[in-house]
Design a protein around this ligand. Structure first.
Ligand SMILES: Cc1cc2nc3c(=O)[nH]c(=O)nc-3n(C[C@H](O)[C@H](O)[C@H](O)COP(=O)(O)O)c2cc1C
Length: 150
């Protein structure tokens, strides 16, 4: 199964840690969004899209990348994130955009990530040390589960 993971991770590289574990488990190509080539996506069976959550959505770099993709035919995708509150509801915008481009979403993963936005940094932020070993083990199990869904 040829897999690509496209990710943006700018706050504390939290999502990058998750993306690396998933890529390792899936034997996937791992590419930061700014280096991803829209015309190469057609060659993959499964594509993962992930970033930290910014103002209740995925990072705008990733959302804009998806907006510019050509329409896909029966292309499978999964989405993932890290965030302060670890809620999957933040995936709604990205999922909607992907479905509009012709993707079907096979699964989604989220976990908490170290967050020092605004006044939080005075106290060292929240979720320090996240994603931790347990989060990364869950990300690995999620990636393993994707193989059974294909
Ligand atoms: C400007 C900014 C806005 C954020 N907005 C949210 C938010 O709306 N909800 C949330 O749960 N976390 C929010 N966070 C926390 C990040 O989603 C969290 O730290 C994430 O793990 C960052 O991922 P990254 O290090 O891969 O970029 C925000 C962080 C920043 C810096």
């Amino acid at each position: 199964m040829k897999t690509l993971i496209v990710y943006t991770s700018v706050h504390h590289q939290n999502t990058e840690k998750v993306a690396k574990v998933m890529a390792e488990e899936l034997g996937a190509d791992l590419v930061p969004t700014e280096k991803a080539q829209p015309d190469t996506l057609a060659a993959y069976d499964l594509i993962g899209f992930g970033s930290g959550i910014y103002f209740m959505k995925h990072h705008k770099t990733l959302l804009q990348f998806v907006d510019l993709l050509p329409a896909m035919k029966e292309k499978r995708a999964f989405v993932f994130s890290t965030s302060g509150d670890g809620r999957k509801q933040h995936h709604a915008s990205l999922k909607e955009k992907l479905v509009n481009r012709g993707f079907s979403i096979v699964d989604e993963f989220t976990c908490r990530g170290w967050d020092t936005v605004g006044p939080l940094k005075i106290f060292g932020g929240i979720n320090k040390g996240r994603p931790d070993e347990k989060d990364l083990a869950e990300a690995r199990a999620f990636a393993q589960g994707l193989k059974n869904k294909m």
